[in-house]
Design a protein around this ligand. Structure first.
Ligand code: AMP
Ligand code: TRP
Length: 330
């Protein structure tokens, strides 16, 4: 199997709306990697989103909205493959095969499973979620996977499965590498800087959405929880709120954290927050503008085209995988 071509795969769930953490931690790399790799494949992982209770109509609308946002942030359908996971049944087929070499104990250790099962209740889909995620990556034999910090454990499981599979059935899969940004791999909640910014946080003030208006962005940053001191400093232990804002500021301004600390250390939190807000607004405005211009029917068409192409590619992999495990022919 050729490994000459360097391929990227990543996925995002169509639950709730995309936020700053998604963008800084993962999506900005998705966009950048379009210039750096031979093939980039991005997927709205709708099957994953079904593992917690959901409203059918909202879910269906969120799929399209997520696809639209991916286009708005800069995923270019002429350079990247973009599709809905459910439209490519080979993902689920490979997940079954990988499930047969996955240990129960290993799945029981997944922190995301424990957290979600505590909130949403246990189900088999939620439990085997990391196996489907491994299948997403491996059905495309991807080399690099841009994700936020919270996916580290899932990527480790994927790598274990690659080693186990290749050892048992032959060198079929490359070992995928996790790609996380140096700054902003874990953007924290604006209301509780010790927990990550999340789509499912009941408090909307905890996050900034990619399509939020400038006024909303200003308000959210202004009300971000910090500390009772007055000096801007980068210190995650003592000043997690300020450190989080510094990382966001650094990402959007393209400036070094030390530089920002030098400039804003003494001017008070108010002035600092205003500057952070303006940098975020400048960064998100083009995304919001493009989002508004996109036509639903056109996006649906792009997704349909993507599914066709993705099915053909995934099937080519599956032919080799089926052969390797003894499922080819009659
Ligand atoms: P999800 O919204 O859980 O489907 O996540 C989509 C992508 O965004 C994944 O690569 C996550 O690791 C990343 N991500 C989600 N929340 C954050 C966050 N607060 N900071 C950085 N990356 C994040
Ligand atoms: N589990 C990822 C998340 O919650 C989403 C995801 C599913 C994914 N399949 C993937 C990410 C494959 C990267 C590669 O964010």
């Amino acid at each position: 199997m050729t490994t000459e071509v360097k391929r990227v795969f990543s996925g995002i769930q169509p639950t709730g709306e995309l936020h700053l953490g998604n963008y800084v931690g993962a999506l900005s790399n998705w966009v950048k990697m379009q210039d750096e790799y031979d093939e980039t494949i991005y997927c709205v992982v709708d099957l994953h989103a079904m593992t917690v209770p959901y409203d059918v109509e909202e879910f269906h609308a969120a799929r399209l909205q997520t696809a639209k946002l991916l286009l708005a942030v800069g995923i270019d359908p002429d350079r990247s493959l973009l599709y809905y996971q459910s439209q490519v049944p080979q993902h689920a087929e490979l997940a079954w095969i990988l499930g047969t070499i996955t240990g129960i104990g290993q799945l029981e250790r997944m922190t995301q499973y424990k957290e979600k099962a505590d909130k949403a209740g246990q189900n088999l889909g939620l439990f085997s979620y990391p196996v489907l995620m491994a299948a997403d990556i491996l059905v495309h034999r991807a080399h690099a996977v841009p994700v936020g910090d919270d996916q580290t454990q899932h990527l480790e499981l994927t790598r274990d499965l690659v080693e186990r599979f290749n050892h048992r059935f032959g060198e079929i899969f490359p070992l995928p590498e996790r790609i996380t940004p140096e700054i902003g791999a874990r953007v924290m909640s604006l209301q509780d800087p010790t927990s990550k910014m999340s789509k499912s946080d009941p408090n909307p003030n905890s996050r900034i959405l990619l399509v939020d208006d400038p006024d909303v962005i200003r308000k959210r940053i202004k009300s971000a929880v910090t500390d009772s001191e007055t000096t801007v400093a980068y210190d995650w232990d003592r000043k997690p709120g300020i450190s989080n804002l510094l990382e966001i500021f650094s990402f959007f301004s393209g400036r070094k954290i030390d530089d920002l600390v030098d400039e804003y250390a003494e001017g008070g939190y108010g002035r600092f927050k205003e500057a952070v807000a303006e940098a975020v607004i400048d960064g998100l405005t083009p995304i919001r503008t493009r989002y508004k211009q996109l036509d639903d029917a056109e996006v649906a068409h792009i997704m349909e085209r993507g599914a066709l192409d993705a099915r053909a590619r995934a099937e080519r992999s599956m032919v080799e995988i089926r052969k390797a495990v003894g499922l080819a022919g009659y």
